[in-house]
Write a protein that binds this ligand. Sequence first.
Ligand code: AMP
Length: 214
Amino acid sequence: MNIILLGPPGAGKGTQSQRLVDRRGMRQLSTGDMLRAAVKAQTPIGQRAKAVMDAGELVSDEIVSALISAELEAMDEDTGAIFDGYPRTAVQAAALDEILAKHGRSLDHVIELEVNEDALVERIVGRFSCANCGKGYHDIFERPKVEGVCDVCGATEFKRRPDDNEETVRTRMAEYRAKTAPILPIYDAQGIVSRVDGMADIEAVTDRIEAILS
Ligand code: AMP
């Protein structure tokens, strides 16, 4: 099974992808995570992408499609893919069709997480994660049980994404509205879009997605 999770920044795509990975043995393909890894490793792609990401704008279609293609190439053909944060433009949607066809795969579902944009800014600017194991937290909604100590691994270092500030978040949302939301009709025409209330609690959103996939 191959699915796309669509929705503006902070809609919960990463959180829900991770839960589907745990429950269904699917694989999360997040271009944002791939790009952050490239920035950290200071690869040529990372060096080119950093300023664009820090500004909240979109990295070039060629770069992100090449990243996705390479990941799928390396994947076991029986493992389902969750595309998280990709495609984000009509050009990427067309590239994904080609990449999937090349690997004998097709899209089963596009799940749009519907959210209230004003609430998203609060969600995003408060989020942070364990620098060691990546467990996600939030200043208001989910603090570590013991202040300053990761619940999962006990580490005491945490990190925040440099693009999770209000100004950049507003640009990321504008990019979503202008370039990503317009690709939904492509998938609507194929009859594969399901809409889920992304403002519901995490568990309820996962249950709803599971119901769509089964
Ligand atoms: P995300 O983690 O999905 O919010 O992505 C973080 C940043 O990485 C975005 O604001 C973009 O700058 C870049 N990015 C991630 N995925 C894509 C994509 N599919 N197309 C273009 N830029 C992307």
